[in-house]
Design a protein around this ligand. Sequence first.
Ligand SMILES: NC(=O)c1ccc[n+]([C@@H]2O[C@H](COP(=O)([O-])OP(=O)(O)OC[C@H]3O[C@@H](n4cnc5c(N)ncnc54)[C@H](OP(=O)(O)O)[C@@H]3O)[C@@H](O)[C@H]2O)c1
Length: 258
Amino acid sequence: MRILVTGSTGKLGSALLHRLESSGYKIKLTSRRKPERMVNGEWVYSDLLSGEGLEEAVKDVDVIIHAATSPVKHSKIVEVSGFKEFLGKMQHIKNIIYPSIVGIDDIPFTYYKKKLEAEELLRKSAIPHTIVRSTQFHHFVENIFLSKPFFSRYIVPGNFKFQSVDVNEFAKHLIGLVEEEPQGRIADFAGPEILTLKEMAELKININNESNKVLSIALPGKLSKSFSEGKNTNPLQKHEGISFEEYLRDKVNETLLK
Ligand SMILES: NC(=O)c1ccc[n+]([C@@H]2O[C@H](COP(=O)([O-])OP(=O)(O)OC[C@H]3O[C@@H](n4cnc5c(N)ncnc54)[C@H](OP(=O)(O)O)[C@@H]3O)[C@@H](O)[C@H]2O)c1
């Protein structure tokens, strides 16, 4: 069995490669930049924007885990038209595993609309596939909303809800699907608890012993409403695992060990 991981320099891609290293599978990886830490596998340059290297990337591969994405820049091409071109080269593939995002049909966010279009392309294609939607990754929520305080305040839309999940656990889940039959869309993969962004900010402050405070603001609009209503969560698909609090504590411990 030979597995191709796209987006091999990304957060999910790196977590996949880390786990696949000791799996015994033959690994091929692709991205535009070469991963800093190469695993035992063949790296191929490919670009979903230009189409360069896509043919070479899928050659002699059985299963693909498609972790390449570009949420902001050229997202229409990378997520949809480039992805369509990529699918056109996959006639021999036994399963393409597509990580998607919980709630994308209910959240009016441009990137999520593209993810939905990509899911649709897969559904309509003859390529055997498995779509699994995950909630946001812990580090992603932290980086977007809690990366740094302004004037000793984390200024956040405090009523946004997240059910964030550990990226390594999602990677493990995806790798577990490699030996399975392609299943179309399967159950969502959601984190162990739902927290408001205010609660997440307070956890960070407590765990890091910070003197910062939280300034919770209300944002108008449909997009904000959907995050406040927790459309990006799925309480029925909770996976017991590393919580946001544990993720933050692990980061502190890692820093202390350095
Ligand atoms: N982040 C989250 O919280 C979250 C939650 C649920 C699901 N997901 C899904 O998980 C997947 C991976 O997300 P991530 O957060 O790991 O993304 P990421 O860290 O931003 O990584 C994106 C990867 O895509 C590659 N890439 C970007 N543009 C490309 C292009 N034009 N051609 C080829 N490769 C390109 C990047 O590598 P180069 O720049 O080197 O090419 C990088 O390796 C996505 O499908 C995302 O929707 C993410």
